[in-house]
Design a protein around this ligand. Sequence first.
Ligand code: UD1
Ligand code: UDP
Length: 387
Amino acid sequence: MDPTDRTRPEDPANSVMKIVCVAGARPNYMKIKPVMDALEGRGADVVLVHTGQHYDDAMNDVFFRDLGIRPPDRFLGVGSGSHAEQTGRVMTAFEPLLDEVAPDAVVVVGDINSTLACALVTAKAGPLLAHVEAGLRSRDWTMPEEINRVATDRVSDYLLASSPDAAGNLRAEGYRDDQIHLVGNVMIDTLLSNLERARRSDVLARHGLRPKQYGLVTLHRPANVDDPAVLGGLLKALGEIAADCPLLLPVHPRAAGRLAELGVPDGIHLVPPAGYLDFIALQDAARVVLTDSGGVQEETTALGVPCVTLRDNTERPITVEQGTNVLAGRDPDRIVDTTARVLAAPPAPRRPALWDGRAAERIADVLLAGGTAAGRPRPTDQPVRTG
Ligand code: UD1
Ligand code: UDP
């Protein structure tokens, strides 16, 4: 076979599909792992590409160890930078790789810069593009992830949605029904398959915590941590909450410098970012979680742990409508009042449909049944509505 010939046999049953799976930063690893396993379990040839957007042991390596992800087949080593630098570096490194590997399909997850960069390169290079977590919308255009989500969906062939609201957003934007697949939440696949191991962690003892007697905090959204005035307001609110409920805050590197400059009120205990199993154990045993993370809103919903989200909006409304999540915004008084209400009357837990541990299996079914790009309608064949 001519190695430069990128066409594939027409009948997918006669060929092994080669699929590139992309990961680059902390919230990607727990999403890509079950997808890789499901694809490989069905005989696909999976090539794991790591862009290197996150690189510290605590933001990266620990997840490979905790989740048993094999070392990446390809590492792009892009590191940190401005949005344009980081996105551009991923694109520049991914383009020749894609040409060399010549996969049938590329799977990207989530909404980080690496997601968008690999999506744009794939769309122009020709393999089919699958976006896991398609259709999530905060409708907040100041959020870099919202731009990444909308643009990634626009060039994707397969839009793999984790919840009915996400599928509804895609339909409302004009995507074709044959592109939209409501498959469930891969993050919850990984949570459920690791929960028993996480519960054996000694992390509470290491931090001197007792189950249901502490709150867990994460902060890393630029809108919350980049401006010292905003971060100072959040710390004031957290200080008031900590007077009744001690708080543990594993510090994201984006926030580390400013937290050190501002100092934190008594009752807030700063620790390095936690590994996956430790962090799941910390969420599971928390009395309340206060966060601006996307993934943590979902995990607390699945665990039935009260979650106060320190944002004005969420791209994951199902965690509010069905789960344990309450939006508190960024006003300090409102955060304190909302948290007091949640502690007095915790929201009733209800796990959304298809957050059942089998989302990646459904994704593999969709991708492997779809076959190759030959003759398929592509994203351009659709009347996308904007605004
Ligand atoms: C990125 C994602 C965000 C995601 C978050 C998960 C984008 C636009 N943002 O935000 O959607 O929620 O990851 O955690 O893609 N740094 C380190 N060590 C690391 C990685 C980063 O010190 O291993 C520091 C660097 O100073 C870097 C800063 O953190 O400049 C921000 O990293 P970056 O990947 O640009 O964005 P995040 O804020 O981590
Ligand atoms: N997480 C972790 N250690 C931490 C904070 C978060 O393992 O100290 C995990 C968390 O359980 C979830 C994922 O990281 O699985 C969420 O990533 P993050 O909050 O960085 O990004 P987002 O979901 O907001 O994009």
